[in-house]
Design a protein around this ligand. Sequence first.
Ligand code: FES
Length: 571
Amino acid sequence: MAERRTAAWYAGTDRDAYIHRAWMRRGIPDDSFTGRPHIAICNTASDLSPCNAHLNQVSAAVKNGIWAAGGVPLDMPIISLGETQLRPTAMLFRNLAAMAAEELIRANPVDGVVLLGGCDKTVPSLLMGAASVDLPTIMLNGGPMLTGNYRGRPMGCGTDIWRLSEEMRGGALSVADFVASEQDMIRSAGHCNTMGTASTMGIMAEALGMTLPGSAGTPAPDARLLKFAHATGRRIVEMVDEDLKPSHILTRAAFLNAIVALAAVGGSTNAVVHLLAIAGRVGADLKLTDFDEHGSHLPLLVNLQPAGKYLMDDLFRAGGLLAVLNQVRDLLSDDAITVTGQPLSSHLDGHEISDSAVIATRDHPVQAEAGIAVLRGNLAPDGAIIKPAAASPGLLTHRGRAVVFENIEDLHARIDDPDLDIDQTCVIVLRGAGPKGYPGMPEVANTPLPAKLLAKGVRDMVRICDGRMSGTAYGTVVLHVCPEAAAGGPLGKVRDGDFIVLDVPNRTLRLDVADDELAEREVSPRTAATFAEPSRGYERLYLNHVMQADTGADLDFLVGSSGSAVPRESH
Ligand code: FES
């Protein structure tokens, strides 16, 4: 057996090994330092990250599995990002959390890693950080919460908030009823139960091969989550002995499998920026156009909010991700292995659909074509994306007059102004919401519609933004416009009254302004004036180094891997 990485800390009789061992002797067995693999459990439990608050219980079950397999489990808290709580936006800190995970894994005496995430940014940040170290790694998602219930009607976390708040603003729902529904939405531990970003990233982790097959989407309160936790603990010990690393698993083929899964489940647009960032850490050849080329013509098989009706515990009882993937088995690459050492497709036998209202068959899909469409044109030279399954079909080809907002505050201040010159054929342009412009690329692209149009029954309009959209949201929203306005992109040159042409079937997004006129236009002075330049701290570092969305919005110096070499001794 090859020498453990931890031997660099614990082997020998010198003073340094004495120090390393002595400080760890707090109840662990004496033979813990004689070659048993030490496993860090990167635990993002936090009371301020409520979707992950139950992960200490999950960690305990993982620990039992590690002990049972002969390893030594070590809880290692990692920066946790509570999507609903963090200001100005959790996305600003995804790269900080990834950097913390990477540095802590590398700096500590560990041979293998278990990643425990759940809420939106915790899964991608852990995968990014662990990929850049490349020790044997397995992930377990904390699972979705149970379905909410408001006055006898199932309630989806996130999606129904957007729906109810629009109904309230349009006068169809009283403020008292809106507030009353708040009590009924969150019934249990776990992350959002729609096919939002957290559910999507849990599924992406499994489709990439980084979790035990079948574990994604196990509801947080379900006893089977703890069974998977125990099995995850056992498996990481074996993976250390097999030296099975993220670089063996996270290949281009694995990312293309994830794109197939993303389309089949109708996953969040946020997966695009996260998968690109993870791929960047392992050098996998993944481009924005891959999402369109390999995913946009695939059928939508899962009838979940926000595109459909059901919620995550429905998906799990209907057969879960493996039943979905069994329907598109022929599209999955056998070249990509999972944490089991076997291809994902080898784990699909016997996984059938048990409720075809939730999971559709390939022959009778929920929609014939799902996935992400990548748009280009003079308004998005480096690309923009749209999720056609969540859009209004009648708006996928549209020409409309631009109504421009410089930032989210400008939008909030004016969107409900009765004198705002806007009708339902207009195109709402929101800029100043990209990685640099906000900064942090918040989920604001699914802008509220003007109250006066809501009152007339309008429920969707074309919206264009350099920011992101919540995975629980829906609408005809063009996102991730690159380059963003703050990076000098043409979105910053749009003026009120310009006409914009959206043509999703032909994948174009165009400002109907002559090329020479557009070239001569400066970025709007109002736009430039809204960009706040932080003077210090992490935000300053972020602003200096963040990349655009089409390459994952990672920090440029974090792309790639520094490996797991043992750092120098300081004693
Ligand atoms: Fe945590 Fe939605 S807020 S998953």
